[in-house]
Design a protein around this ligand. Sequence first.
Ligand code: ADP
Ligand code: MG
Length: 619
Amino acid sequence: MAKHQFQTEVNQLLHLMIHSLYSNKEIFLRELISNASDALDKLKYLTLTDEKYKELKFDPRIEISFDSDKKTLTIKDSGIGMNQEDLVEHLGTIAKSGTKSFVEKLTGDAKKDSNLIGQFGVGFYASYMVADKVEVITKKAGENEAYSWISDGKGEYEIASASRDEQGTTIILHLNDEGKEYSSRWGVKSVIEKYSNHIPYPIFMEFKEKEYDDKGEEKGEVQKREQANAATALWKLSKSDIKEQEYNDFYKTISHDNEDPMLCVHTKAEGTLEYTTLFYVPKKAPMDLYRVDYKAGVKLYVKRVFITDEEKELLPTYLRFVRGIIDSEDLPLNVSREILQQNRILANIKSASVKKILSELKKLSKDSEKYAEFIKEYNRPLKEGLYQDFTNKEELLELVRFKSNKVDGWVSLAEYKDRMKADQKAIYYITGENENNLKNSPLLEAYKTKDIEVLIMADEIDEIVIPSIGSYKETELKSVNRTDTADDLKSEKDETAAKEIEETLKKMKEILGEDVKDVKASVRLSDSPSCLVVDQNDPTAQMAHMFRAMGQEMPKTLPILEINPTHPIVLKLKTMEDKELFEDVTRLLFEQAMLLDGAILKNPSEFAKRLNSILSKAI
Ligand code: ADP
Ligand code: MG
C-alpha cells in the first residue's frame, strides 16, 4: 500500500466539494457516468482499430448498484480501466488547463464558488459532494494487474494491489448525509434519465426487491436488474422525436454545463455525404476560450463509434466555443487521428457545418435581445473569423457588432450603412483602448458636428481585424485615427484657415523636433486645440504596443500633431512674442493630445512644471 499526496489544485477543489453547499449535487452522477462512457468509448475504438485488442472479450456496459444499509453507491464499467500511473495522473492531479484556471478563480467564499462550479464540470472530484470516502477498483485493458485507489478527499490517497476479473473500473461511493438519497433505486433513476439517457451504452441498475406470496406476506428479497437509460445516440433520432428538454439535457451531459444552451442546431445530411451534426452554443463562453491550450468542444463519431474529442480542427478555431457532435457514415472506422485534418470528407462536413452554424446565428440575430446575449459572449471570436475565414467573410460581416458614438448598445454594419448621410464617403471608425475615452476623443469632434456616425473599436483585436476588412458592401472602412481620413471633411474654409497658421505650425514643429512626424492644421477639431493621429500607413500606437507584447520588433513610428487653426489658444499663439511661453504652450498642446490618446508621458514632471508656470501666469 502506498500513500500519495494530492496536487495542490486538487486539494483546493476537494476542499470546495466537501465544504460548499452546492445545490446541484446530483451532477456527481452525471460526471461519473460520463467518465464510464468515455472509458467505454476508448476501449471500443481500440477493439475496432487495433489488432492487440481485437480478441478481447468486450461487453460494453455500465452497472449501478446500491447498498442502503452500508450507504454505498457503486458504478461499474467495462471500459478501458486504469493502471497505477493512470491513477496517479488522472485522480491525483489536474492536467487540464481549464480546470486549473477554474481553481485559480476560486475565492474561498462558498456562495461565489458554488456559482463557479455551476459553470464548470469538475469531473471525478464531484463525488466528494455526496461521499466522505471514495474507492476505485480498476484494471486496464490488456494488462494483468488490478489496483485500488482510496481516499477521503483530505490531502492524500492510497493505491494498492487489488483484484478484478475483467478490465474496467468500479467506483464505490461511501455516501455522506448529503448523499444518502442516492443509495436507493429511486434516488438514482431520475438522475440517470435526466443526464444519461442517451449515453450510447446500456446502464443497468441492480437492486433488491421484496417478494410476496399469494397471501401478501413477505417471502424474502430478490435481486433485480433493469436498464435505466434509452442507450440511443440522441443525434441519430429524428428531430420530431426529440423534445427541447431532451436536447438540453444531452447538452449538459456532453458539455458539463449546468445551464441550458443558448442555441441548438441539429442537422442530418443525406446525399453524396451522409452525416449528422448536433451543435450547441453555450450561454456563457467556455472558460478556456482565450487560452492557447483550450479544449476542443466537438466530438467526432463514425457510424456512432466515438473516434476523438481532441481534434480541434473539426470546426474553425473561431468557432471553438461550439459544443457538439459530428457523426459521419462515410469515414472509415479506423481513420487515423493523425490524418483527420487532411481528410476530404471531413473538410466537406466542416465547411457545410460552418455555413449551417453561421446561418442559424443569422436567424438568432433577428431577435435583438437574444442576440445581444450572444454578442456579449462571442463577438470577439466572430471577429477572429473575419481574418481567418475568407470564404465566409460576407456572412461574418453581417454577424459582428460594434459600439458607436450615436447609439447605445450594439450596431451592425448594415444598420450603420442604412443611417449613412447621402454624401458620406466611408464607414468611419476609431480604435483605441477604452470605449469611454474613445467616445470623448477630440478626433470625433468634427464628425459629431457634422452628425456623422463613428464606430467605436475598443477591443484589442480590432486593430488587426478591422483594417483587413477593407470594405463592407462597397463602402470603404476608414480609421479616423489616420491623417488622410479627415480629407473627406475638408472644405475651402479649412484650406484658408490652414494657410493662416502655416508659420506658427513651422515654429511648433521646430520645438517638438524628434517627438512628432509632423505638425499639421486639423479639419476635424472644433472644441479641442490639438489631437494626435497616425500617418496613413503607420501602425497605430496600440497596434505597435500589441505587436511588441507578442515579441515582434516594431520600428518606432512618430505621431502627427494636428492643431485646430481656429481655436482661441492657437490664434493667440499666432501673435505671441514671448518665446518661452510659446514653447511651453506648444509642448502642453502636444502633451494633452498624448494624454487623450491614452499614452503615458515620458516626462511627467516637466509637464507639471510647464502647466504650473502657465497657471501662475493665469491666476
Ligand atoms: P475528465 O473526464 O474531464 O478528463 P475527470 O475528473 O472526470 O475529468 O476524470 C479524470 C480522468 O480520470 C479521466 O480523464 C480519465 O482518464 C480517468 N477516469 C475517470 N474515470 C474513469 C473510468 N471510469 N475509467 C477510466 N478512466 C477514468
Ligand atoms: Mg469526466
